[in-house]
Design a protein around this ligand. Sequence first.
Ligand SMILES: Cc1cc2nc3c(=O)[nH]c(=O)nc-3n(C[C@H](O)[C@H](O)[C@H](O)COP(=O)(O)OP(=O)(O)OC[C@H]3O[C@@H](n4cnc5c(N)ncnc54)[C@H](O)[C@@H]3O)c2cc1C
Ligand SMILES: NC(=O)C1=CN([C@@H]2O[C@H](COP(=O)(O)OP(=O)(O)OC[C@H]3O[C@@H](n4cnc5c(N)ncnc54)[C@H](O)[C@@H]3O)[C@@H](O)[C@H]2O)C=CC1
Ligand SMILES: [Co+2]
Ligand SMILES: [K+]
Ligand SMILES: [Mg+2]
Length: 552
Amino acid sequence: MNVCGIKTRSLQRLFVITGHTLGKRAMASTNGSLPNVASNDAQSSSSSKQSPLLKRSYYRAMSGQSTAGIIVIGDEILKGQTLDTNSNFICKKFFTLGVKVQKISVICDEVNTIAEEVALFSEKYTHVITSGGIGPTHDDMTFEGVAKAFGLKTEFNPDLVQRITDWFNTTDMNSPEMKMAKIPETSQLRFGIDPKTNKPSVYPLVSVRNVYMFPGIPNLLEKAFLMLGDIFQNPDVKFHTDTLYIERDEASVASIISAVANKYKDDDVVIGSYPNLTNSYYKVKITIESTNPNKVQEAHKEMMEKMPEGSVVVYDLDPLQSAVQAVYSFMENTNQDDHFIQSVQAAIRTIETALEKYALENICIGFNGGKDCTALLHLFYAVVKKKYPQFDGKLQALYIRSRCRFPEVEKFVQLSRDRYNIEMLHYDGRIKDCMEMMATDRPNIKAVIMGTRATDPYSAHLKEFSMTDPDWPQVMRINPMLHWHYKHVWQFIRQLSLPYCSLYDRGYTSLGSMDNTHPNPLLQYVDKRGILTYKPAYMLESGEHERDGRNT
Ligand SMILES: Cc1cc2nc3c(=O)[nH]c(=O)nc-3n(C[C@H](O)[C@H](O)[C@H](O)COP(=O)(O)OP(=O)(O)OC[C@H]3O[C@@H](n4cnc5c(N)ncnc54)[C@H](O)[C@@H]3O)c2cc1C
Ligand SMILES: NC(=O)C1=CN([C@@H]2O[C@H](COP(=O)(O)OP(=O)(O)OC[C@H]3O[C@@H](n4cnc5c(N)ncnc54)[C@H](O)[C@@H]3O)[C@@H](O)[C@H]2O)C=CC1
Ligand SMILES: [Co+2]
Ligand SMILES: [K+]
Ligand SMILES: [Mg+2]
């Protein structure tokens, strides 16, 4: 077999398929490139030593597939000082563009290392993305490294020089800024359309051959990719994915997953299995992916049928996205006898009334990470989104931190704040004292929406709208969940796949201070290893015993 011939032909095909217009120069011999680095030259002696593994990616590329490799450049990432988020961003984008990312490499700020990796990646993948190292400092050497990979020189690009002159107000060719204009010869400058100005971007993306050099600053990289990402679009391929969530240990369903994966592997269906030890809803996520949507459907159906009864759970990965639709679907249910439906409808109406009486800036939600206000926050969010679809400001929440709080609660409050885009008003101390402080520095807050239920201590007399007691700072307490039962709260949370504080999965059914709150003894059991364990809070049969784990 003529290895050399195959390589040459497939390489040419590769560049034709992916629309690369390689000039004579780019295809010409790459004198001066690193030793042991394969070049694009058909006559190059290295091609006869080509590993058979390398050939496979050319074949894939030939069959309409477009591949990519990402090189993340930066010492700070290898030292753990910066978490690489850029490769994740690009992987997600490439997936939607029909491009298969085959490798991510993280390397240091070193010219030869960059050159070697770029040369290798450029051979193997349709597109190569580099991230970082294109700034003005001594440790930014991506342009140099990429040039070296191809045996090219770096040179001042007149267009870039002009732009940097204008931007940084300098004509000094030795200035740090000007370094950013010294790029590999034969580079292309690509200008996207800036969505903000509707004009071509001021700063271009530099590319040479199939290598695209992105900045490391995540904002800049993302902006450049959003403007220019379309150049990578593979029109021949669209990936279709289906996801199944399984409520069983991975090992117990592994043989089923493998059987289906095996059956469909020749149909270009790729199946992945991803266990999760902390999710409240599922233990294994199974992804089924193919370029053929019918095959995805077929494999999905087969997987469903083979799984043990009741093991496949309905799980919404992004309940905020569907919040309005999911919450308002309760309003369409006309079952008068279903106490749960009635309770949810009443809560929605109370919040709607609250939004008629109070402007958003006069209202906040009392949020302490508990289950009641977790359900309530979602309801509040959905009703606000429904009433003000254009609103993209922050909802206000009041969080009064108890003396001795669970770190799990603290973490959940923070996650909720970010998830729901909340402005969190924090206070430390006794509730009444904190309310007084709030009255002073937030006089705009006239009403607090609360997750209080009539069965909570001293709450039987409350109405949907009750002013605070006379000896308290005066605000309107709004209680949309007054007539919810314990089990309704869980039914709502679980039905909508809402994230909740992890303590509830460990047997806590009501959360107070860390020094006086314990898991609920009614949920206790001894597991098969003989260890005392607790069932999750939503398994508690009767709400009467909700506070059995609390000393106060
Ligand atoms: C805004 C507000 C006004 C109050 N007004 C009065 C009053 O007029 N008279 C009176 O006797 N008592 C009042 N209280 C105290 C209240 O009655 C309860 O004692 C207190 O909420 C603790 O209730 P719980 O242990 O049942 O906790 P939960 O069941 O967790 O509390 C019920 C709801 O209150 C809100 N909430 C509770 N604790 C906090 C917190 N630390 N930070 C933010 N929100 C929280 C949440 O929305 C929660 O869902 C008020 C409390 C709050 C937060
Ligand atoms: N305006 C523009 O569009 C451009 C501006 N520049 C200039 O260049 C300089 C930055 O060049 P860079 O190549 O970005 O320098 P760089 O490689 O030094 O990275 C800059 C920052 O981004 C972070 N970063 C790098 N890689 C990351 C990753 N994979 N994930 C998450 N964070 C990461 C780094 O920790 C560092 O703080 C700046 O001075 C900027 O103004 C450069 C190119 C384009
Ligand atoms: Co409560
Ligand atoms: K730098
Ligand atoms: Mg760097």
